[in-house]
Design a protein around this ligand. Sequence first.
Ligand SMILES: C[S@@+](CC[C@H](N)C(=O)[O-])C[C@H]1O[C@@H](n2cnc3c(N)ncnc32)[C@H](O)[C@@H]1O
Length: 224
Amino acid sequence: MNSYRIRSFIRRQGRITPGQQQAIDQLWLKYGLEPSQPYQFSQVFGRSAPLFLEIGFGNGGTLVEMAAANPEHDYLGVEVHRPGIGHLLLQLEQREVTNVRVYCHDAIDILEQQIADNSLAGVHLFFPDPWPKKRHHKRRIVRPDFIALVTRKLQQGGYFHAATDWENYAEHILDVLRQQSILANESSGGTYCKRPDYRPITKFERRGVRLGHGVWDLIFRKPT
Ligand SMILES: C[S@@+](CC[C@H](N)C(=O)[O-])C[C@H]1O[C@@H](n2cnc3c(N)ncnc32)[C@H](O)[C@@H]1O
């Protein structure tokens, strides 16, 4: 991948609330990581624990729930949307969740430059931007080179989990994953999985389900 690649996001100006800005000002040193700095994550967290990465965590609702429910795991969250980051930091502080660290940067760079090969227990990609217009499909984060990168970063037995409420994007993700031969589909039917209990259902998703929209979970694992 080169630095001229098409990015999967557009930096939205999005209004940041005073509370979110204050959270960033006061809490970044505690929870934030810098993309220019190499880290030993065992030193960052002060222990060696299974490490999960969430790409594009939005407001961080899922990340904080998962981290609180699994104190024996460590989590890295990557997001470019500052209001969402501020929101997450507030929640981490209020709920005294200590096993999450955050990058404000393009997740592709973080994967390429900051994450050691064969090191992640799981990569979470929940409701990625669907880029529904055909001419924007090239912006979708799930592409063969992205999956190859994720595969390299997963440890043996580690998994990639994507969820989307766009059927056409779900089909695209499945197609891309079927084109590779390392990760194995966890779905017995070779398609989609039932939402596993570890992925909390979001407010937005609950509303979608009420309106009759579908959600597709795809879980692919690196063999041991
Ligand atoms: C549709 S939102 C979903 C947010 C959240 N996962 C959820 O389920 O509510 C997708 C998010 O991914 C972020 N994003 C997209 N591409 C990214 C990238 N390459 N690196 C980091 N964040 C990215 C966007 O900023 C956006 O907040």
